[in-house]
Every structure is written in C-alpha cells, then in structure tokens.
Design a protein around this ligand. Structure first.
Ligand code: CTP
Length: 417
C-alpha cells in the first residue's frame, strides 16, 4: 500500500478564483491519505470558499492575514516556520495575480511570503486556473515560464466549460488529478503525468481483488492464499492517475486506498453480482481476484459433525466473473486478467486471454521466488492479443501495478475532456 502521503506536510495556497470551490475536496483527499494540510488563502479567496470549511476539513486554522498571524510574538516568524515545516507547497487555483506575485518575488500576503520562505529543495506545484483568454495572455505565459525556470512544476489548466460560460483552456483539474500530481511530486518526479498516465483521468476502472470464500457450513469455507495486495495496488495506482475506481474485494485487512469506492464481498457469486452492476460504466475491468473455481453444492445450515474417517464434499463450478465481462464488453471497454501458472505459463495465459476475450493478461509464475500470493513483490509477464509477451524483473507490487496500467493505457480511448 502506498503510504507516500502518510505524515506529509502540505502547504496548500488557495488564491481567489472560482475554482477555489474544489479545494475542500482536495483537502479531504490529503487528510484521508494521512497528510497534514495547512491552508493559506489570499484575502479575496473568502469570496469563493469559506475559511471555516477549509479549517474544519484540514483541522487547522486557515492563514490569510500576515498581520493576524503576527499578532502574538510567538507567531512573528510563522512564515519561516511554515517554510521549514512543509514537504511541499501546492498552489491551487493560482490566479493570474498570484502567479505574477510568485514569479516576481512579491511578499505582500501570507501565501506569497510563505512561498518565499519555503526550503529550496521542496516541490512546488502550481495549478493556474482562469477564465476566458486570460491564460493565454502574454504576461501570464511569461510568469509561468519564469516559475518553471525557478524550479516550479506548473500544471496547465484543462480545456472545458468556464465559469463565464465560455469554453476554453482555464479549468482547474479535478481534486483527484491534483492529488495524483502531488503524489507524483512527493515520489521525487517533477515531470507532469505522461500521455499514457493522463488517459486514466476521469475513466471508470473496476478492479476485483483478494480471495473469495465459499461457505461449507456456518464455521467453514473454501478459500486460497490470495492477500489482495496486487488488486489494491492497482486500484490505488489508477486512483492516483485520476480515475474513478471501484474495488470489489474479498475479505482482507488491507486499507482502502484514498478515493477508491470499495465493495466487500465474500463468495464468487457475490463478486459476480457486484461486478455486473459495474459492467456498463466500466472503461476498464481488471480481474486480480483469486476466485475459487468451485463452491460446495449445498451450504449446510448447521456445523458438520465428524463421523466417518473419510468425507467428501460435492462441488459445483463458480461463475467466471472476468469471462462474463469479456463476453459482453463493448469495443471501448478494456478487459485485463491475471493468470497464475505453474507450467507452460505463456501458452496457458494466451489461451485464457482468447477464451475470456481479454485485451491483456498478466502472467504470474507461481514457481518463482518473490512472486505470487501474499508477498509484497511480483514477477509479471504482460501478454497482449497479438501474442506479444514482455517479462519484467522482480518488483514491488506497487510498481508492478504502475507498469500494468502504463501498458493497459494503450487500449483506453483518448484523453477524456
Ligand atoms: N477469474 C474470474 N472468475 C473466476 C475465475 C477466474 O474472474 N471464477 C479471473 C481471475 O481473476 C483472473 C483470471 O480470471 O484474472 C484467470 O484466473 P485463473 O484462476 O488463473 O484461471 P482459470 O480461468 O480459473 O483457469 P485454471 O484455474 O484452470 O487455471
């Protein structure tokens, strides 16, 4: 599970544009992921979002006024303390006015002086958002260029409906996308999401994870060693790329990744029902669950008592959830499966890919050290319909998830607007 946000100290500078209304949701994402957030507003931001809302969600008073903060002697060096404290400074939305101040070294409000006081090696992420033709104005572009030269990561606004009623470039990305950029910046990468990664923004990704439990009687069940780690890592990675993720999972102690909608199930039949309700809106269905192939024909209502020295249990085949998705999928929908094999891995996996009508299958070799169930790492081979197979070295499941999503992006339709 990614814990990159855990304990991280985020300065969130909110300047006065309409897109500030999205910031309470962003603060919630950070807090849910275990980060501490200090919100700093400009004076005009109050017109768009209330300091109280942001204070309650961030669990800290919102800072606006330099002199308010300096009212007590113990706060005289508040801006310096915050500059030292922060692991990252994120400005969203950054209005044309705030961009100009940051680019030119102004320090006339709390946001701009804390920006100046930030330690030089800390990531600075700036999300400009503005209406009409403002974003393309020569002065705004010049200021952005300056900020980039100063080492800031400036994430350009998106194209779409603007508050004025115009349509154009200027929209602040959704909180999930901003969060994904923040995660990436904290992970040490300062480049923006690449083209493949951007394709996940706004897409609906459904992931199955973990082991199913097939009831024998009130105290016993058939299951397997699957931990759910691979599925949870995929759900988390997709959410970090701005996707809307539904995670359908068997019982596991793993924590739900931020922003992921989790559906807990027990048996294969319950997993199928939950999955079917998501089929129509799924842009991508990733079956990482270890579904029990069979279940007892009858579930005993009372605990089975031992009697004979031998005992046999009649089993019946479970529905194949991934095959059900593959059979009904529309051309724009992507189906990805896993295959855990002990021998003839590539051939068996290719056969499953065709039989279940998949776009891609991820082969795990059950015989290799560090791969398979209940470990943090995995060795994966990605196989596509054209028969191409690419084997990757041993890696953490979190990185395996990113690798899988990067490859799978090829099957997703173009970037959502
Ligand atoms: N799968 C599924 N529902 C099932 C069985 C499997 O959704 N009832 C999915 C798994 O999540 C995995 C893929 O299908 O993505 C392959 O599962 P696997 O158990 O390896 O293959 P099977 O098709 O069940 O074949 P076998 O057990 O014979 O290897």
């Amino acid at each position: 599970m990614s814990d990159i946000m855990l304990g991280k100290k985020i300065l969130l500078g909110v300047s006065g544009g309409i897109a500030a209304y999205k910031m309470p949701l962003l603060v919630r994402l950070f807090v849910k992921a275990g980060a501490e957030v200090q919100v700093i507003m400009t004076a005009r931001t109050k017109q768009f979002v209330t300091p109280d809302t942001l204070a309650v969600l961030s669990k800290r008073p919102v800072l606006t006024d330099v002199f308010g903060a300096f009212a007590q002697p113990s706060h005289w060096a508040e801006h310096i303390r915050l500059g030292e404290w922060a692991d990252m400074f994120l400005v969203a939305p950054a209005t044309a006015n705030t961009l100009a101040k940051l680019a030119h070294g102004f320090g006339d409000d709390m946001l701009s002086i804390v920006y100046l006081a930030l330690r030089p090696n800390k990531p600075r992420l700036v999300f400009p958002a503005m209406d009409g033709e403002m974003f393309t104005a020569a002065s705004v572009q010049r200021n952005i260029e300056q900020l980039v030269q100063d080492g800031c990561t400036v994430i350009p606004p998106e194209h779409g409906d603007l508050a004025s009623g115009l349509v154009g470039v200027g929209r602040l990305p959704e909180p999930e996308t901003i969060f994904a950029h923040a995660v990436k910046a904290l992970a040490g990468s300062t480049d923006a999401l690449d083209e493949d990664e951007q394709k996940y923004r706004g897409k609906h990704i459904v992931v199955t994870a973990g082991a199913t439990r097939e009831k024998i009687d009130p105290v016993r069940f058939i299951s397997n060693y699957s931990s759910g780690k691979m599925g949870f890592a995929l759900a988390e990675a997709a959410a970090q790329l701005g996707a809307t993720v539904t995670l359908i999972t068997g019982k596991t102690p793993l924590a739900t990744p931020p922003t992921v909608a989790r559906i807990n199930i027990e048996s294969a039949e319950e997993m199928l029902r939950a999955a079917e309700s998501e089929f129509a809106r799924a842009d991508m269905f990733i079956a990482a669950a270890a579904v029990a192939d069979y279940r007892p024909v009858e579930v005993q209502s009372e605990k089975l008592k031992k009697s004979d020295s031998e005992f046999s249990l009649r089993l019946i085949k479970n529905p194949d959830i991934l095959a059900a998705f593959g059979a009904q999928k529309k051309p724009h929908q992507v189906a990805i499966g896993f295959a855990l094999e002990t021998h003839n891995g590539i051939e068996n996996a290719k056969e499953k890919l065709l039989k279940k009508n998949l776009d891609m299958i991820v082969l795990n070799s059950a015989n290799e050290a560090g791969a398979g169930f209940d470990v943090e790492t995995n060795i994966i081979t990605i196989i596509t319909r054209d028969g191409f197979a690419e084997k990757f070295p041993l890696m953490h499941k979190r990185n395996a998830a990113k690798t899988i999503l990067k490859k799978a992006a090829a099957f997703l339709s173009a970037i959502a607007s």
